[in-house]
Write a protein of this length. Structure first.
Length: 233
């Protein structure tokens, strides 16, 4: 295998964020006193949340604004008299307690840590991401965690990747690969930075974007064989 630096997205690549998100959202609403959740409440939240994250990645809103605004918009659209500040705090606290690993994540990180250096690249909230990584016991395999919060720029901005590779023990474009589920952040970021990428695509969705992954897998146990194939070995 030619790669020696493995950069992993965290949410929905190593950790099942969708599962954690749903559990944390429901717990938060109940702690705020909402005994019965409207059927469309979580879906409405997801819509506002996704739009705000895209705005954050484009640099038009701050992360602190996003964390509260997604709840404010959800409550306003649903006619709920709930405190978005309290919702944000409860939700973020809950995320660290609702960690769900993607199948094969532990073994993959352990294997690649024995070959080279494994780092996390995430646009998520720094303090929460570190807690979630520790709760999942992934930290024992990692050399570093690069967050957009600490960097000041988010994936796919090339400045985020400049920041990331300075954290590594050694870096070369030819020996570095990104593994992630997001075409618009992970794979496009790799394209712009001039490094190879492995698209984790468990849903086997069609790539209709400008991003061009070097390889594609549907399960994490396919990553090592795919990386070996990329090297022709």
């Amino acid at each position: 295998m030619k790669h020696r630096l493995f950069l992993f997205d965290l949410d929905d690549t190593l950790l099942d964020f969708k599962a954690s998100e749903h559990l944390s959202f429901e717990r938060t609403m109940r702690e705020l006193g909402l005994a019965t959740l409207p059927d469309d409440l979580f879906g409405r939240y997801q819509g506002f949340n996704l739009a705000l994250w895209k705005a954050f990645e484009q640099g038009t809103v701050s992360k602190d604004f996003l964390k509260v605004e997604r709840f404010r918009q959800t409550f306003a659209a649903s006619g709920l008299d709930l405190d978005p500040q309290a919702a944000s705090r409860l939700y973020l606290e809950s995320l660290a307690d609702t960690v769900v690993l993607v199948d094969g994540a532990q073994q993959l990180c352990e294997t690649l840590a024995g070959i080279g250096e494994v780092g996390i690249i995430t646009n998520g909230v720094e303090q929460i991401q570190h807690r979630r990584i520790a709760a999942a016991q992934l930290h024992v395999h990692l050399s570093f965690v690069a967050t957009s919060e600490a960097c000041g720029h988010a994936k796919p901005d090339h400045r985020f990747f400049d920041y990331t590779v300075r954290m590594a023990r050694a870096f070369s474009h030819a020996e570095t690969v990104i593994v992630g589920d997001r075409l618009d952040a992970d794979i496009l970021g790799a394209n712009r930075f001039g490094i190879e990428s492995c698209w984790f695509n468990p849903g086997r969705v069609v790539n209709a974007s400008e991003a061009r992954p070097t390889c594609e897998v549907a399960h994490l146990n396919e990553v090592v064989p795919a990386l070996r194939a990329m090297a022709g070995a």
